[in-house]
Design a protein around this ligand. Structure first.
Ligand code: SAH
Ligand code: SF4
Ligand code: F3S
Length: 469
């Protein structure tokens, strides 16, 4: 196997050219277009990776299907963030023994974050013989070379140590949507929150060059995309380690200067690095959506310390107050974990208090899940399963009442929304988003998909707004 060559954390251009040559060779192997099924789990980073996988498969001559029995190639792009995500993936991979039995020539690929977890890789090796190729997310750029080995040598291939990772530019991308596009501006994470597996499977934090980011954004706008999301595990630390003197606020300004009618969003932001400079840039730029996803994880200073988050309850509240000073209408959403090892009732009440005071527009609630190899996995977990679920329910109940209240503030208002697709609901056939990213079901004509329209909000529920175009 070739050694990954690097120059300032980059995969060299000739390496990428080599992968492109291999894509052409694979294409030449087939008389008719074979069919590929790409199944994606996890976050938008994984969705973006799957768009690159589809781009590469397209160049290798594959057409696409969603029927596992018909597929010549199945790619499972996995997520390792919580145990239930892992169990769901393994259940589905287990079921592929049937599709492979029905079609023995089928090739099965297991990639994404679980492919970099040694315990899981061992399980695949021992108990899932139907899987032909396993590779870590940092080796995505080598997919053509690895697939060629499987197709021509007929053995199983495992390449699961992705190392620190590097930036690969110039791989083909086949995007799913026509209105919304997301693209990574950086990879990996250096924060090592004590519960989190991401830094262990995605490697060290590294940023793409700003020219590449701005060029890609310009191309997306030219192609008609209207809702662009810049992705990274912690976009606020964009630019660290680059030769250019640039930070995330500067990059956001550059992207927002591109000509055209579009909105720029970004995720995720880490509270410790969300700066006044960023809030000012968001407020200054008309094309920057007034929305921020700012996970707080816990309201207890003791737990935040154990989590290695680098801020306190008070710091967090000050951050969101600052954001609202710059943008009074900003939509703020967050993530929270309940049942971190040793979380007491008092710790949990600090979390409830934070939620009560923060008035989030939306909140994603997770029950702590032990991840192998993380520091929290070795902390003593004294909270019972039942207690974690009780806390989870109390938290959901509180946030639902806040979400209802936040949503009902919009009733009767007129606002510009972006229609990004069809809703599947006959009475409100259009799906749209407000500038703050809230979901709106609209009644209006299907020809409006892809345009910004003026809408009046008529009513709401806990999840979305309803209105008329
Ligand atoms: N980089 C992002 C989050 C990525 S993971 C950030 O730091 O904000 C998305 C969310 O999953 C996290 O915000 C956290 O709330 C949750 N999460 C991560 N690891 C978890 C674990 N071991 N158990 C439960 N929830 C977890
Ligand atoms: Fe995980 Fe923390 Fe990095 Fe987010 S910032 S990916 S929670 S380690
Ligand atoms: Fe999951 Fe990997 Fe994303 S663990 S949440 S797919 S970075």
């Amino acid at each position: 196997m070739k050694i990954v060559k690097r120059e300032r954390n980059k995969i060299q251009a000739e390496e990428i050219a080599n992968q492109k040559a291999i894509m052409a060779q694979i294409r030449a192997l087939f008389a008719a277009r074979p069919l590929a099924y790409v199944d994606t789990y996890g976050c938008q980073q994984n969705e973006a990776d799957s768009e690159t996988i589809r781009g590469m498969l397209d160049e290798m001559g594959y057409a696409f299907t969603t029927d596992e029995f018909e597929a010549d190639l199945i790619v499972i792009n996995t997520c390792a963030i919580r145990e239930n995500a892992e169990n769901r993936v393994l259940g589905n991979v287990g079921a592929l023994s049937h599709t492979k039995k029905a079609k023995p020539s089928q090739t099965i690929v297991f990639c994404g974050c679980l492919a970099a977890v040694p315990e899981t890789v061992e399980k695949i090796r021992r108990s899932y013989p139907q899987v032909d190729l396993v590779f870590a997310p940092n080796l995505l750029w080598m997919f053509p070379e690895l697939l060629r080995r499987v197709l021509t040598e007929k053995g199983r291939v495992f390449l699961t140590d992705g190392g620190d990772g590097a930036v690969a530019e110039g791989l083909p991308v086949k995007r799913d949507g026509t209105v919304k596009a997301w693209f990574p501006i950086m990879y990996g994470c250096d924060n090592f929150c004590s519960y989190c597996i991401v830094p262990h499977v995605r490697g060290r934090e590294r940023s793409r060059d700003p020219e590449h980011v701005v060029d890609e954004a310009r191309q997306l706008v030219a192609d008609g995309y209207k809702d662009i999301t810049l992705l990274g595990q912690n976009v606020n630390s964009y630019g660290a380690g680059l030769d250019e003197n640039i930070n995330f606020a500067g990059l956001l300004r550059q992207v927002c200067e591109i000509d055209g009618q579009f909105l720029v969003r970004f995720m995720t932001s880490h509270p410790k690095d969300a700066s006044v400079e960023l809030f000012r840039a968001m407020a200054d730029c008309e094309r920057a959506a007034k929305q921020i996803h700012l996970p707080f994880q816990s309201g207890s200073d003791r737990i935040l310390r154990l989590m290695n988050r680098g801020y306190t309850h008070q710091d967090y509240m000050a951050k969101i107050a600052q954001a609202r000073e710059f943008m009074p209408d900003i939509a703020i959403t967050s993530d929270v974990i309940v049942g971190f090892p040793g979380e007491t009732e008092a710790d949990f009440e600090d979390t409830l208090r934070l939620i009560e005071n923060a008035r989030f527009d939306g909140l994603f609630t997770f029950i702590y899940s032990r991840r192998p190899g993380t520091p929290a996995a070795d902390m003593e977990d004294t909270v019972t399963h039942e207690e974690k679920h009780r806390r989870f329910d109390r938290l959901i109940e509180l946030q639902n009442s806040i979400s209802d209240e936040q949503h009902s503030k919009h009733i009767g208002k007129a606002m510009t929304v972006l229609v990004d697709g069809e809703s599947g609901d006959a009475r409100y056939p259009l799906r749209a988003r407000t500038n703050g990213g809230r979901l709106v079901h609209l009644n209006g004509d299907l020809t409006l998909v892809g345009s910004f329209v003026e809408a009046r909000i008529t009513h709401c529920n806990s999840w979305s707004l309803f209105g008329e175009a």
